[in-house]
Design a binder for this molecule. Sequence first.
Ligand code: URA
Length: 408
Amino acid sequence: MNILDIITKKKNGKTLSYDELKYAFNAYLNKDIPDYQMSALLMAITINGMTLSETLSLTDIFIRSGEAYDLTKTMKYVVDKHSTGGVGDSTTLVIGPMCAALGLHMAKMSGRGLGLTGGTIDKVESIPGFNINLTEEEFYKQVEEIGFALSSQTADLVPLDKVIYALRDVTGTTESIPLIASSIMSKKIAAGANNILIDIKVGSGALIKNESDARVLSDWLIQIGEAYKRKVKTIISDMNAPLSYAIGNSLEVCEAINVLRGKKCPLYNACVEIVANLLSMAKNMDYEEAEIRAEETLKNGSALKKFYQFVTTQGGRLREVSVADKVIQVKSKKEGEVTKIDALGAAKLASKLGASRLSLNDNIDYTVGIILNVKIGDKVKIGDTLLNIYMNKKIEFNENDFEFIEVE
Ligand code: URA
């Protein structure tokens, strides 16, 4: 077997066998083939696609590249969730404590944000003292005792995905459905939960740009789950507008706390929907009843209590969370209705302030970001505040920076 034949076969639209995929991907992990050959193979896969059977093979090869856990040996209601990435998406910080309050167990391994979408690990790192590097023992002990722990993805969980994901990110191959499906499902299966919810974001601020791709991805995620005897549900949610009014790391932590205190907003609704799905899957409960129970945890303070317990156990000092003290207001120049708040545009503005990293070694400023003051459909007058910008460094803004909000 040789890598050139494998690349050529995929370039010609043929189906690769398990052994061919194993040879190519493991050789890359072992540094036996260079970046440019793996990039060529990833591009051929992105352009010509893969069958479901190739995708199942690749998922298996990914899982076998590292450690696989089975949490169901020690815990009964083990749940996990994954979002394909969005703007202002701090759901994990809310749903982890909600699940814990309902007696579910969530051992959440998260990543950093890259590009314009934020990562949960960056968000919790805006809390001084928060430990994202729990040992395996600390991590699982906390999940058993509190119901929720959050750690950065360990080196031994699907190491192949780590290297391939980094390469996809810089070779224009992030948008391939078979590659997304095997990346997500290998991590979820190896992490050991048996009830998995995948939130597929669709829209300008998301990896998946249209509904029909989202439906294909959803179908494949469920079929991969079935092959490993895991219950998988998906929800397809809109990411044309940001999920939350806050975009930026510490601002999103504060917004998550607001939701845990019962603030009604799109983030609140998204969290209730995700938790209701997890609860109904894990405990075989009617969705309507699960929805009522999920919302109760936000109304009666039990999720908020779990959040404080989880942050404190991981060393976080919430009182020390800070936001940039230079705040400027962006005002409407028109009277009318807010017709559009484009997630990608909002993320670009937050990125210009320093809220996200464009390459893995960039530093981010946890304290900067934006708070939207309006939502789609709001009526505004000239001079009304559309958004507040929290910033530290001196920045030259231009009109394009604010075009993501349209008032007609
Ligand atoms: N999330 C992942 O973990 N992998 C992908 O490929 C896309 C989203």
